[in-house]
Design a protein around this ligand. Structure first.
Ligand code: PAF
Length: 254
């Protein structure tokens, strides 16, 4: 596996693959890779001849009180895992390569609508940061396919909107969430949790499953949301939202 931090070398390598008629897949990540990320690489293998994975802890998607400084950075272990899973190229740029004029004056893209609710309402600027860095990665790599996890479903919808609105000739493929044995979705941030908290966090998945079953059984959305928030709070969670939404645009269920 090649390992690059230079935009020029990345472009030259991928251009060579395209000239040879090869199909290129991109797996964008912030590193600290786990089985969820490797399932994206495996899915890319099924669709593409060459795979680029990026590792970049993107400062613009973290709020001022979020965990940018302590976000786990494990590049050598990530490189080893990617190589073992058949990745062809690891692109791990410096902040200056991604934001050449500096963070304060960087051009931003903002996807409207789907970003304004749920996570977007609690993390102002988060999805603009995600959309901006993903657009730049898509422009730099120019993949045929880019792959994202369903775990970050609002992010996935945001990126689909971005690509469709801006007319990018790239397929956005989604890959199922990979879970721990207790149902907790795998996430780099799970390592912030102690053993007891990890056990308790399994209740999130169990609650979501109960919500789905209740909606399917015809219970009104508001009652389902209230019951879910109450169950989580009773177990010690501070709930930002437990919401029933339409899958295609995140609008409240009718
Ligand atoms: O899902 C992530 O890891 C990040 O939000 C992404 C898509 C790599 C953009 O920084």
């Amino acid at each position: 596996m090649q390992r690059l931090d230079s935009v020029a070398e990345l472009r030259a390598t991928v251009a060579g693959w395209h000239r040879a008629g090869l199909r290129v897949g991109l797996v964008p990540t912030m590193g600290n890779l786990h089985a969820g990320h490797f399932s994206l690489v495996r899915a890319a293998r099924e669709r593409c001849d060459r795979i680029v994975a990026s590792v970049f802890v993107n400062p613009t998607q973290f709020g001022p009180n979020e965990d940018f400084a302590r976000y786990p950075r494990t590049l050598d272990a990530d490189a080893q895992g990617l190589a073992e899973h058949g990745c062809d190229l690891l692109f791990a740029p410096a902040v200056e390569a991604m934001y050449p004029f500096g963070l304060d004056v960087a051009t931003q893209v903002e996807v409207k609508g789907v970003t304004e609710t749920l996570e977007g309402a609690f993390r102002p600027g988060h999805f603009a940061g995600v959309a901006t860095v993903v657009l730049r990665l898509l422009n730099l790599v120019q993949p045929d396919v880019a792959l994202f996890g369903r775990k970050d479903y609002q992010q996935l919808l945001t990126i689909r909107r971005l690509v469709t609105d801006l007319g990018l000739p790239i397929v956005i493929a989604d890959v199922p969430t990979v879970r721990e044995a207790n149902g907790l979705a795998m996430s780099s941030r799970n390592q912030y949790l102690g053993a007891e908290e990890r056990d308790r966090a399994a209740l999130i998945h169990a609650t979501l499953q109960r919500m789905r079953a209740a909606v399917a059984a015809g219970e009104p959305a508001e009652a389902v949301e209230r019951a879910a928030a109450a169950a989580l709070e009773a177990a010690g969670f501070r709930v930002d939202y437990a919401a029933v939404r339409r899958a295609d645009d995140l609008a409240p269920a009718a």
